[in-house]
Design a protein around this ligand. Structure first.
Ligand code: UDX
Length: 456
């Protein structure tokens, strides 16, 4: 099949490359000529494991290319995916739909005959219906434009796998539309994936839009739940990691997304829960989602708690302190620093008088753009020189498995602070370090029997 994908960011570029991998002919469209040029030469403008190979395979096969020209896209295909960003509005909770609107305004008048626009961006409920009306209003007399919604659930770091082997595919259709062609077209696009037996759920437009934001709200709530519990654990001297293991064995609860620590960030969860609250208010259900305010504030409190922990480790003041921050991306296996908890903590520490040295395996360039005044080191060793405290704020593998003996000779004081509860406390303490963890110090039990008994 021939398809276009509007928007070539984390979502759109991944979708375009994966659609070519499925054998479709794909034209990616973006307003940024530099991004388009890089993609056409097989170079990814961001880091995503495995995606470079998929992109190159697509380009080499001749099935994948990119353009800034929406007229070319209008002629190229009858199926158009919409994967542009929906960031938070400045100074407001709601989502900024200007990119989504501009694709429709640009594309719709150029279409002739029957076309299907399949939205993938995360949007406030009601947007898809509104976009359908907007497209039809701008359409030529000989054009018939349908808008359907097919939310994307991919995680950065696992984007290729999540796109090619998703947990489910959700398709929202206009309930007034009696035509079954849209469903057939989408089934054809995803035929290979559906052959694997992936669940395919057809809903109305509003439900499909809400599935996405509800899923993200649930995940954010799960993380803030365990972080709230970690505050109690810390006060009571209990171990939140063992607690998460124990409650996670209950299949109704599940262990995933119960990792306490510095909390969530990134380009999705924070802005999506805020846009969801704003939309509920607009719809006249303002009380329904007030709990998400608490989810948000528990999450932001983790960053302040991390700053307090670092201040305590430096003897009560950050003035004159050298702090090493390991991790800047909002999570490992990504170079994305949008609303990164790690960078936010690094920035706060600097504002309070510390000299902060940051190292991240992939996110250095993006970090420099957002926080140009922090010091950026070339390696862990470079970052750790003269440190009064070393903070692990993103759980990259090379930080998790860092050998304390490697950094001991470099630092001024042997303080390690585990912002993601991912380090081996015993190893660091044995090497002579003072170990602190966000959410309370994990228990060191005298034998492994207690754990074995509980987990067994
Ligand atoms: C999220 C959703 O998972 C995905 O389905 C949706 O399409 C987009 O938003 P992503 O933003 O890539 O994906 O990251 P995710 O893996 O969900 O992690 C979000 C944040 O939560 C990260 O900052 C991560 O460090 C944090 N997190 C995650 C925790 O603090 N604890 C956990 O147990 C899990």
């Amino acid at each position: 099949m021939k398809v276009t994908v509007f928007g070539c960011g984390y979502l759109g570029a991944t979708h375009a490359a994966c659609m070519a991998e499925l054998g479709h002919e794909v034209l990616g469209v973006d307003v940024d000529p530099q991004k388009v040029e890089r993609l056409n030469s097989g170079e990814l403008p961001f880091y995503e494991p495995g995606l470079s190979d998929v992109l190159r395979r697509g380009i080499d096969s001749g099935r994948l290319s990119f353009t800034t020209d929406s007229a070319e896209a209008a002629d190229f295909a009858r199926v158009h995916f919409l994967g542009v960003g929906t960031p938070q509005k400045k100074g407001e909770y709601g989502a900024d739909l200007r990119h989504v609107h501009s694709v429709i305004d640009d594309l719709a008048p150029r279409l002739h005959g029957e076309h299907l626009i399949i939205g993938k961006s995360t949007v406030p409920v009601g947007t898809a219906r509104e976009l359908g009306a907007r497209a039809r209003l701008a359409a030529q007399p000989d054009a018939a434009i349908t808008v359907a919604w097919n939310p994307e659930f991919l995680r950065e770091g696992f984007a290729v796998d999540d796109t090619l082997h998703p947990d489910r595919i959700v398709l929202g259709l206009n309930a007034d539309d009696t035509d079954t062609r849209t469903e057939s077209i989408v089934r054809e696009v995803y035929a290979q994936i559906l052959d694997e037996g992936i669940p395919f759920l057809v809903t109305d437009l509003a439900t499909a839009e809400l599935v996405k934001v509800s899923a993200n709200a649930f995940l954010a709530t799960k993380i803030s739940f365990i972080n709230a519990i970690s505050e109690v654990c810390e006060a009571a001297g209990a171990d939140v990691t063992m607690l998460a293991d124990a409650i996670g064995h209950d299949a109704r609860i599940g262990r995933r997304f119960l990792n306490a620590g510095l909390g969530f960030g990134g380009g999705c969860l924070p802005k999506d829960i805020r846009a969801f609250m704003a939309r509920a208010g607009e719809l006249g259900a303002p009380q329904a989602l007030t709990f998400l305010r608490e989810v948000d504030s528990i999450n932001m409190r983790r960053r302040a708690a991390m700053v307090d922990l670092a201040t305590a480790a430096c003897g009560g003041t950050l003035l004159g302190a050298n702090i090493t921050v390991l991790g800047a991306a909002f999570k490992p296996e990504s170079d994305d620093v949008r609303d990164s908890p790690a960078l936010s903590v690094a920035g706060q520490l600097q504002l309070k008088g510390a000299t902060v040295s940051v190292f991240d395996p992939k996110a250095m360039d993006n970090s420099r753009r957002v926080f140009p005044t922090l010091n950026y080191a070339n390696s862990i060793v470079d970052a750790a020189r003269g440190a009064d405290a070393v903070l692990v704020l993103t759980e990259w593998n090379e930080f998790v498995h860092l050998d304390p003996a490697e950094v001991t000779p470099l630092v001024r004081r042997t303080n390690i602070i585990d912002g993601r509860r991912c380090l081996d406390r015993k190893a660091w303490e044995t090497a002579g370090w003072t170990y602190r963890a966000l959410g309370g110090t994990p228990a060191l039990l005298p034998t492994v029997t207690a754990n074995t008994l509980v987990r067994g």
